[in-house]
Design a protein around this ligand. Sequence first.
Ligand code: PGA
Length: 224
Amino acid sequence: MKYIVANWKSNHNVSSANIFFQNLANLQKEKSIKNKIVIAPPFNLLETSQKQIQEKKLPINLALQNLSPFASGSYTGEVGPENIKNQNIQYVILGHSERRKFFNETNQLIAKKIKLALAYNLIPILCLDMPYLEKQASFLKNLDLTKIIIAYEPLEAIGTGANQNSKVTQKKITEIQKFFPKSPILYGGSVKPNNVAEYLEISNGVLVGGASLEAKSWFKIMNS
Ligand code: PGA
């Protein structure tokens, strides 16, 4: 079993998301598949996505792309774990390089979010900042790392079409395993239908941005 995770980032709206799921349902006749499939839509599309998944009996779980470091309360603009209770959401992507770059998220803040996620039984998918691998791991040292999924995403490969040579990826994964020996490790960065197989061979799954937005390409990737 591999994790195949879609990160929609700030893309799609209610109507385009509904079209995505309709198109995917037309392609996806097999309702039980070997991989664990996760889609992370923007917050406002969680409800329509859940409805579509249930109606069309798609083998897909939902994830958040971010989480407030506070459970709930007076934190304008934030979405905490209390806010998404009973919405059947199982995963949360944390520490994505775009959160670090555009929203100044630090390893310390991300560690706080991971702890809160775990307290609410959400499975964190932690995107590493490789130069700070050791520091990141030290913030998490008392946690049950079997419950955390790690995503390795080389910056130069994200959204560029320049996916990393998988031999290099394999070496990086070995390096990460020293700090996170018990966690599944995913690769992300320009994963496409034509290259996904090489990453699935050397990792526990993939995190996919651009190629997850369109049903036909996502269908091929999730069934790889
Ligand atoms: P990409 O994005 O597949 O478009 O490169 C990956 C990611 O940022 O998670």
